[in-house]
Every structure is written in C-alpha cells, then in structure tokens.
Design a protein around this ligand. Structure first.
Ligand SMILES: *Cc1c(COP(=O)(O)O)cnc(C)c1O
Length: 374
C-alpha cells in the first residue's frame, strides 16, 4: 500500500463543509480580486503570528521579491543568503537585479551560519564592488534560523533582514513566533507547506507600518492612494480571494495540525535516533515540521528500500544553490561552502503531515531500521 508523502485529502475530508462554504461565499459575492476574505485572512495571520501587519501575496516567491523592490534593492547591491535552500531565495535576489552572496549553513541546524555571514559581509565590503543591503535567512524544514545573531550582525552593518519562512509559519524560537523575528518575514501557502492553500499564495509579516504600506503598494502595481496614481515600480502580486477563503477555513485548525506534526516528529525521533542522524532541534525553539529530514550514509540504498515498500521520500535539496548552473557565476565553486555540499549528499525527507496514523509511522520507522541496520 502506497503511503502519501503529504496527505491533503485527509485534511479536506476533515474540513470539507467549512472549505466548501467559504468557496461558495466567494462565488456568491464575486469579488475575486482583493475581496473581503483577503483582509480577513491578513487579520488572522497577524493574530496567529503576533506580527502587527500581514500582507497577502500571490506566492512565497513574490513575498521574497516584494520587500527587495520596496527597499530599492537592485543593481550593485549584495544580498546574503544560505546556499542550502530552495531556488526561489536566490532567484528573487537576481530578479530584483541584486547580486546573491551565498553563505554556508550550520551543520547543527541546517540554517545560515552567522559566523560565515559575518565573514562574507567582510569580504564583500573589502572587495568594494557591491554595497551590502540585505540578509535573507531561511528557516529550513520549518526550524527558525538563528535570527538573534543574524539580526545583531545585520544591525551593525545597517542591512535589512528578510526571513524566508516559506516552510516555517507556525514555528517559534526563544525570541518569539515566526513573523516577529526579523524586520520582515515572508511565508508561502503552496499546498504542501505547513499552512497550504489549494494553489499558490504567500504573505509578508512585519511590525512596521511603513513597510506594510509599501508592500501593499508594490503588490498592486506600485499604486498610490488613488488606484491610477503609479508612485513606484510594482508587480501584480496579489493573493486571490479564493485562496484567502480556503486558508481562512484551514487556519482555524492550524495549531492543531502543527501539534500533530510535532507528535509525529517526536515519534520518528524516538524510534530512529539510534539508527540515523535525526533532524536538528534547538533549545527553546519549536519547528513547524514542514519536513522531517534525516541524514544517512547510503541514501540511494535507503531510498530504494523504502520505495519498494510504498514509502515515498524526497531530497531537499540535492544540490546547493552555489553549484546550480543558473547561479554558479555568483558562487565560490565546488568546495567553497562545504557544509551545504555535504548536507546535499546526505539528507532524506520522510513522509510528514498531520494525518498519519501511528501504524503508518511505525511501518516507516521499521522500514528505515531494516534498511540501515539490516
Ligand atoms: C516554497 C519555498 C519558497 C517559495 O514559495 P512559493 O510559494 O512556492 O513561491 C521560497 N523559499 C523556500 C525556502 C521555500 O521552501
């Protein structure tokens, strides 16, 4: 029997009446662009995270691009980001016209290494070709990056901190909830993310009234107070009313779902910790468990063994960004960011979602144990 990697059907079965009613309301009022559900969802996101403002956007990728455009970051500017991430983090820096500077990650949490960040800022400053402007820290697999240290470094250098929380909405660190840990936090509602819609969507979270206002303008073609005053360069990056409506039904049960993910992660940890390197944990922090990612020596064999038993796995990410053909020109080349390179060869993500029965979790653990210990 094939096990799902992410079970969106089980979630729909639970929420069917609520989701269908929400969709029907949109069909009835017909305000498909910036309908009332968008503001309602923004209020719910701000309330959930504790951020003062939430701005709904068309995707997590756009949620990374909008703050760069709003800050006037572009040609001649350096943006620092981890190499071990999803492509969008680097892609949006380049689409803004800025130059990505890849930073290695910390082997203990898979996130941006603050020591290497400081070193890379120093190198760019010494070279004098680019002006350092921003840091994009990624909360990989749902675990918040070390934003206390990153914010302190950024503050000394007057850099904007954008947290790429595409995978970590619902997580928290010692310093607070995701959404309140950086100048601005970008998240994604791609269906497989912890809070996922039924299509693309994203949001920005910030405490700054000024930034929130700029983001609302940039997401709607750079409009001013009047719809036909174009006061800055912008985009069409609005969140669809229908996606907002679906997310409103889902956010009602979201904290329940995050708890279920945490329980599954704890179960995996207990069963697997003797056999494979289980995911990083940080004192005082709680991951949103977008992924449960182990490290193993013979990944191909484990993948094949699990696949034969109907257990899907995924590799996030098989190649760090500084070695991707599209970005290699900006990277230090092979061997330049050793932790990112090592992790890319060792990580394997197991099925993770809030609706997995314990028997299924046990079947997965047993298969992992048989493969690595057998
Ligand atoms: C998913 C993801 C994004 C992009 O989000 P989309 O909504 O798919 O555009 C950006 N960064 C990271 C780390 C992601 O995992």
């Amino acid at each position: 029997m094939q096990i799902p990697f992410v079970d969106l059907k089980a979630q729909y079965a639970r929420l069917k009446p609520e989701i269908n009613a929400r969709i029907q309301q949109v069909l009835d009022h017909g305000q498909y662009i910036m309908g009332p559900e968008v503001a309602e969802l923004e209020a719910a996101l701000a309330n959930y995270s504790g951020a003062r403002h939430a701005v709904g956007l068309s995707s997590g990728s756009d949620a990374l691009l909008v703050p760069l455009i709003a800050a006037g970051i572009g040609t001649g500017h350096a943006v620092f980001l981890p190499s071990f991430t999803f492509t969008a983090t680097a892609e949006m820096v380049l689409l803004a016209g800025a130059t990505p500077v890849f930073v290695d990650v910390d082997a203990h949490n898979f996130n941006m290494d603050p020591v290497d960040l400081e070193e890379k800022i120093g190198e760019v400053t010494t070279a004098g070709r680019l002006v350092p402007r921003a840091v994009m820290a990624v909360d990989l697999f749902g675990l918040p990056a070390d934003l206390e240290k990153i914010n302190a470094i950024a503050k000394r250098q007057d850099l904007l901190v954008i947290a790429d929380a595409a995978q970590s909405f619902g997580a928290e660190a010692a310093g607070g909830k995701v959404g309140t840990l950086a100048d601005v936090t970008a998240t994604s509602f791609f269906p497989a993310k912890p809070l996922g819609g039924y299509g693309d969507g994203g949001a920005l979270l910030t405490d700054s009234d000024e930034l929130a206002g700029l983001y609302r303008s940039v997401r709607s073609h750079g409009t001013g107070d009047n719809k036909y005053d174009i006061v800055r360069l912008g985009l069409n990056a609005r969140l669809d009313t229908l996606q907002a409506a679906i997310l409103l039904a889902k956010i009602e049960i979201f904290s329940d779902e995050v708890d279920a993910r945490r329980k599954l992660a704890d179960y995996y940890d207990t069963r697997l910790t003797q056999y494979v390197a289980t995911p990083p944990r940080i004192e005082g922090a709680e991951s949103a468990w977008a992924q449960y990612t182990i490290q193993c020596d013979d990944r191909e064999r484990l993948r094949a063994d699990l696949g034969e038993q109907g257990i899907p796995t995924a590799i996030y990410y098989p190649r760090p960004m500084h070695l991707q053909p599209a970005y290699a020109a900006y990277g230090p080349g092979e061997g330049g960011l050793p932790i990112s390179e090592t992790l890319s060869g060792r990580v394997l993500s197991l099925p993770m979602h809030p609706y997995m029965p314990e028997e299924t979790a046990e079947r997965i653990c047993q298969a992992v144990i048989n493969s690595v210990a057998g």
